[in-house]
Design a protein around this ligand. Structure first.
Ligand code: KIV
Ligand code: ZN
Length: 528
């Protein structure tokens, strides 16, 4: 990607699908990654880091699918500084209209001595070789000296200068462990700008982790010194305390244009819908007081604040909720609302459904409205997400269940499932609580032998008759799979979510039997 001609344009490099996805609880399957990548392209990000192709065949497949299917942004694949990684990344991104290889190698003394066991000269030489090899395969090369913020400044400048000569077009300066503070990080960028030959012809990028809660502040400080690419993730997901939050850095630049005089290509009205989408896909709920997209971000509770807001919103509001895509009203539809109103609301919430999907959501909406007085945006989102997620052609479908639970009595569940061939199967089990009994009964019918590694239930909206959302993550044959489902009955939501993961495992087994996976190294390499 050539440097933008506008010197005030900040390139937004999204790494939700790479640095974000590799953090605990945030894994996504191929179709979820594609759905997110489509939404990121619509949001207007300039670069999507789609994954780390060498990490697993699945990672390779998803980077390649995103490169082939997603138009607009540059598609980047990450690689360590070795020929196998670089060739694999080149292969994964080669079909993108605009592709990038992102090569990294640690430069700090701590990493050189304890992790790489290499001398400084060896690190510099390997970095140059890696960048040259990548450049032979792709015109757009980003290089990251991992742990740059703890690297000796002169050595950092030397490596950066040598990789520029070797063909790097973007120089990323990662604060891999979230150690930097704003003035320190800004000074690193200033030093490189002053000392490194050729740096003005490249884009300086920043990549901050949030261990001290300073990722956004550090990124903004670096932009003040001339960095023009920010690496960030939706909802700030990422290793440990996360990465720079995309929505926060974008809205800081947007709200304080008077100060920074910088712009991005982001359609800020899509920030909130995308934040919600990621939360649904990963099951990671956004903290209530999270800046920009948290539930309380635009809520005014104190009497004095409410009084000021009624007189003039600018007294206590520096951004308008609609500018980040937060729907104006929370309480929306009821049982008398029609299909058109539902369609309109779904569109406002950022979903694009086919007519067929919309019809199904409408049917579910009507039956929900019969049971529940007030339907909130969150309920509608849950129905739309359910529709987008539910697989067609599932091996097993829930026909019905009963469960008994009570203090002092043994818990049991009886389940009826329909197989794809039309046969109906019933079984029952006892367990430690209704969910355990239900899962055991499902296992008896389907023969599933999966391990539940995470299970969470939450209420979708705030009322007592709210829908419950169940999130289940399972492990099977070393791979994890996650699913969610909503229902007014949390036990039913749990059964549906569990059955969804069982179906996914069954589909994977079938796929694997039909098409053996490529024979590639499966070493998983964590990269912060
Ligand atoms: O944090 C980090 O250093 C990284 C690099 C791979 C850019 O994620
Ligand atoms: Zn990182």
């Amino acid at each position: 990607m050539p440097a933008p001609t506008d010197p005030n344009r900040v390139i937004i490099f999204d790494t939700t699908l790479r640095d974000g996805e590799q953090s605990p609880g945030c894994s996504m399957n191929l179709s979820e990654k594609l759905e997110m990548a489509r939404a990121l392209a619509e949001l207007g990000v300039d670069v999507i880091e789609a994954g780390f192709p060498i990490a697993s065949p699945g990672d390779f497949e998803s980077v390649r699918a995103i490169a082939r299917q997603i138009q607009g942004p540059t598609i980047a694949g990450l690689a360590r500084c070795n020929p196998t990684d670089i060739d694999r990344a080149a292969d994964a991104v080669k079909d993108a209209a605009k592709s990038r290889i992102h090569v990294f190698l640690a430069t700090s003394a701590i990493h050189r001595e304890h992790k790489l066991r290499m001398t400084a000269e060896e690190v510099a030489r390997r970095a140059v070789e890696g960048v040259k090899r990548a450049r032979d395969r792709c015109a757009d090369i980003e290089f990251s000296p991992e742990d740059a913020a703890r690297t000796e400044l002169d050595f950092l400048a030397e490596v950066v200068e040598r990789v520029i000569e070797a063909g790097a077009t973007t120089l990323n300066i990662p604060d891999t462990v979230g150690y930097a503070v704003p003035a320190h990080y800004a000074a690193i960028i200033r030093h490189l700008k002053q000392k490194v030959r050729g740096i003005d012809d490249c884009v300086i990028s920043v990549h901050c982790h949030n261990d001290l809660g300073l990722a956004v502040a550090n990124s903004l400080a670096a932009l003040g010194e001339g960095a023009r690419q920010v690496e960030c993730t939706i909802n700030g997901i990422g290793e440990r305390a996360g990465n720079t939050s995309l929505e926060e850095v974008v809205m800081a630049l947007h709200t304080r244009r008077d100060f920074y005089k910088l712009n991005t290509g982001i359609n800020t009205r899509l920030l909130y819908p995308l934040s919600r989408k990621l939360a649904h896909v990963t099951g990671q709920v956004v903290q209530r007081n999270k800046a920009i997209v948290g539930q309380n971000a635009f809520a005014h509770e104190a009497g004095i604040h409410q009084d000021g807001m009624l007189k003039d919103r600018s007294t206590y509001e520096i951004m308008r909720p609609e500018d980040v895509g937060i729907p104006r009203t929370e309480l929306v539809l009821g049982k008398h609302s029609g299909r058109a109103a539902l369609k309109d609301r779904i569109g406002h919430l950022g979903y694009k459904l086919t007519d067929e999907q919309l019809n199904r959501v409408f049917d579910e909406f009507k039956s929900l409205a019969d049971k529940k007085k007030e339907i909130y945006d969150a309920d509608i989102e849950a129905l739309a997400e359910n529709q987008l997620q539910s697989g067609t052609g599932n091996l097993w479908t829930l026909v019905g269940f009963t469960s008994t639970a009570g203090t002092g009595s043994q818990t049991s569940a009886a389940v009826t499932l329909r197989h794809i061939d039309g046969s109906v199967h019933r079984d029952a089990a006892i367990g430690n609580g209704p969910i355990d009994a239900l899962i055991k009964a499902i296992n008896r019918i389907t023969g599933a032998q999966v391990k539940v590694v995470d299970y969470r239930v939450r209420s979708v909206s705030q009322d007592m008759d709210a829908q419950g959302e169940a999130n289940i993550e399972i492990e099977y044959a070393g791979k994890r799979s996650r699913a969610r489902a909503v229902s007014l009955d949390v036990v039913e939501a749990s059964a549906l979510a569990y059955l969804e993961v069982v179906n996914r495992v069954a589909a994977r087994l079938l796929r694997d039997r039909l098409k053996p996976t490529d024979n590639v190294p499966t070493e998983v390499v964590p990269a912060g």
